[in-house]
Design a binder for this molecule. Structure first.
Ligand SMILES: [Zn+2]
Length: 248
């Protein structure tokens, strides 16, 4: 199996031609059981650098025709191939070979590139400062004792830590988990987990940072980290919040 973008394929063929090795190179490309050609249509087949890119491309497609499988991934409709490739007769010959015994698989939905772009757009720093850890904990039914200063203490709510604790025998006075309400951070002395609200949610849900951030953004949109005393009493019960947050 071999993977190439249409650009890299043309480049390899063009370089082979420059050293008079085009025929063996084309033969090599014809031997792969499966050749995947990606990004066909992203650039005008590199016509600026390689004016006869289409004829190089055609040699490979023609050589593989009815011998081995070729997958072409493109966002160019067949109707637009002539315009994209620039040589109508050769394009028609190429299309004949491409569609001969071909399966067309249309992809629907968002492209992976767009999705990744959107993923990268999460402002983690902003999110960390916006999500109130204490409020997040209360939404999953967390109850604490007052510790020193603005510290609040309790047994650790992290599922992984709880299973460790129960196997070691439960301790009602367990206060290994503490949060610093004003600093919006937590620490557990038993499991060692520590950090901000985003770190906590990632550990609590045992998921990736991105998934944790996405859940917080989707379900915690209105939350703002404001001092405890200035917050109005909650209307909703912690149970229904927890259900919403965990998507159950
Ligand atoms: Zn813990």
């Amino acid at each position: 199996m071999r993977y190439e973008t249409s650009g890299s394929l043309i480049e390899v063929l063009n370089q082979a031609r420059a050293v008079k090795r085009l025929t063996p190179k084309v033969r090599q490309y014809c031997l792969y059981e499966l050749l995947i050609i990606d990004e066909f249509g992203f650039e005008k087949l590199e016509r600026k650098e390689v004016p006869d890119a289409l004829s190089l491309f055609y040699k490979v497609i023609d050589g593989r025709n009815r011998r081995s499988s070729t997958a072409i991934i493109t966002n160019v409709n067949f109707d637009d191939w002539t315009e994209y490739l620039g040589d109508p007769p050769l394009t028609m010959a190429l299309l004949d070979r491409v569609v001969d015994q071909a399966n067309l698989i249309p992809f629907e939905g968002e492209s992976i590139r767009k999705l990744m772009k959107r993923q990268m757009r999460i402002d983690y720093r902003e999110l960390k400062s916006r999500i109130c850890l204490q409020e997040l904990l209360e939404r999953i039914g967390w109850k604490s004792d007052k510790g020193r200063g603005d510290q609040l203490r309790s047994p650790c709510p992290l599922p992984a830590c709880q299973s460790k604790a129960s196997s070691a025998g439960s301790n009602r006075k367990d206060r290994s988990f503490s949060i610093h309400a004003s600093k919006n951070i937590y620490r557990c002395f038993r499991c060692g987990s520590a950090g901000n609200a985003l770190d906590f949610w990632q550990a609590y849900r045992a998921t990736t940072l991105y998934e944790a951030a996405k859940e917080l953004i989707q379900n915690h949109e209105t939350s703002n980290c404001t001092p405890r005393s200035s917050q109005p009493a909650k209307q909703q019960s912690p149970i229904s919040h927890a259900a919403k947050l965990t998507g159950s």
